[in-house]
Ligand binder design. Structure first.
Ligand code: UDX
Length: 448
């Protein structure tokens, strides 16, 4: 099929490349000419494992092209995917300006029947509104489909080529059939539903995953106080198939471009119909507080942080991405600077993006390797679970630090690894090792 993807952000670019890989002729459109020029010269503007190779292969085979010209791309397409951003407004609601503009432009360029698919995450009812809007602007036949995107950054290519499921939301049989044919090479698990349910599936899925994370983080906080180990608890819980083992990794909370934005948006969507989503509000609250767990632990182990040298390992909101949107590292860093600590930070790929968005970057020292960031530090905080950090030799690390204090915000090191060192080791929801952790001193007495 001839496919057009409008917007070359994470969703549009990865989807466009992957649909060309399975044999379709794909045009990716972006109104940013610089970005189009970059893509045409083989530069991928995001860090995503495997994407560059796949993009080059399909471009060379003539199945993939990039342009800023919408009219030709619309006219040549059987199916047009809208993949532009829906960033949050200050109220938490999704900003639909870009999506409305694109729908308007598509309507004016259409020259025959088109299937118009929304991949952007949009509030329930948006696709019905787009249908009315486009219908008023064109006399050509078209159908609207909502096909929400579930790809994760860092594994986006794999997630797109091998999705758990594909959701096709449409009231039209012809469009449903075309979309089913298109997705068949990717999975047999294709679920056809109505447009509004498809829109809701995306928000409900992200909100549920965020809930799992905040839930296990609260369990972790309780584990610390009663002397249990959250990784053991999560492993035991996960064996119940009704619960499942994924998304039960305790840490410093979720970040990224989706969970924070989509949970806020769903609270708003509910609020707009006079429903208070109390559970989700708590999930968001718990997530905000969880970031400061690291600061609390630093203060417990070091006392006043003023003038103390703190190393930061990891700035991206998760490994294998250079994305720093809503990353816990932002607030943790702000907080350390407020406490007048001396901060030295390192991330394998995300440092440049972090520096662009961080107002106080002149107050921070930046390192180009992990050991340099830890050198002479009073404490080291691991904030992103990059493989590179997991592979570090803890004995060598201990030697170059001023004080061997490690705050592991992602629970990456095992008890066995740490026990062979002199580190005071604090993680999330697990017993401390080698430290004088106050929770222990408090001596929790459980009445018999
Ligand atoms: C998420 C959804 O998984 C994806 O389906 C949707 O399309 C977009 O949003 P993404 O934001 O790329 O994807 O990353 P994900 O792997 O889901 O992680 C999100 C955040 O949760 C990260 O900050 C990660 O560190 C955190 N997380 C994840 C935990 O803290 N614990 C876990 O057990 C899992």
């Amino acid at each position: 099929m001839n496919l057009t993807f409008i917007g070359t952000g994470y969703v549009g670019l990865v989807s466009g490349v992957c649909f060309s890989e399975i044999g379709n002729r794909v045009t990716c459109v972006d109104n940013n000419q610089d970005k189009v020029d970059q893509l045409n010269s083989g530069i991928v503007p995001i860090y995503e494992p495997g994407l560059k190779e796949l993009m080059e292969k399909n471009k060379a085979q003539g199945r993939l092209e990039f342009t800023s010209s919408l009219s030709q791309a619309v006219q040549e397409a059987d199916v047009i995917f809208i993949c532009v951003g829906t960033p949050p407004l200050p109220s938490g609601e999704a900003d639909l300006t870009y999506i409305k503009q694109v729908a308007h432009d598509i309507a004016l360029e259409m020259d025959g029947y088109k299937v118009i698919v929304t991949k952007s995450t949009v509030p329930v009812g948006t696709n019905d509104n787009l249908k009315d809007m486009i219908g008023q602007l064109t006399s050509h036949a078209f159908d609207i489909v909502s096909t929400p995107e579930f790809l994760r950054e860092g594994t986006a290519v794999k997630d797109t080529l091998h999705p758990d499921r594909v959701i096709i939301g449409t009231e039209n049989e012809r469009a449903a059939k075309m979309m089913t044919e298109l997705h068949k090479p990717l999975t047999s698990n294709i679920i056809t539903t109505d447009i509004r349910s498809a829109e809701m599936i995306k928000y409900a899925s992200n909100a549920f995953l965020a809930t799992k994370i905040s839930f296990i983080n609260e369990i972790a906080n309780i584990c610390e106080k009663v002397g249990a180990d959250v990784t053991e608890v999560a492993a035991g819980m996960g064996q119940d198939r009704r619960i499942g083992s994924s998304f039960l990794q305790a840490g410093i909370g979720y970040g990224g471009s989706c969970f924070p934005k989509d949970t806020d948006a769903l609270i708003q969507i509910a609020g707009n119909v006079d429903y208070e989503f109390k559970l989700l509000k708590s999930v968001v609250e718990v997530n905000k507080d969880q970031r400061f767990n690291v600061i609390d632990k630093l203060k417990h182990s070091l006392g006043d942080l003023k003038g103390k040298r703190i190393g930061i390992w990891g700035l991206a909101f998760k490994p294998n991405t250079d994305d720093v949107r809503d990353t816990p590292a932002l607030e943790i860093m702000e907080s350390l600077l407020e406490e007048q600590a001396v901060v030295n930070a390192y991330d394998p790929v995300a440092a440049e993006n972090f520096r662009k968005g961080f107002g106080k970057c002149d107050s921070v020292e930046w390192s180009t390797d992990a050991l340099a960031a830890a050198k002479d530090c009073d404490a080291l905080c691991l904030l992103t679970d990059w493989e590179e950090f997991k592979e570090q030799d803890l004995l060598a690390l201990q030697k170059i630090m001023k004080q061997p204090i490690l705050i592991d915000g992602r629970n990456v090191f095992s008890k066995e690894q740490v026990s062979q060192t002199d580190f005071q080791y604090y993680s999330i929801g697990r017993p401390e090792i080698g430290g004088l952790f106050p929770y222990k001193e408090e001596g929790i007495v459980i009445p018999l």
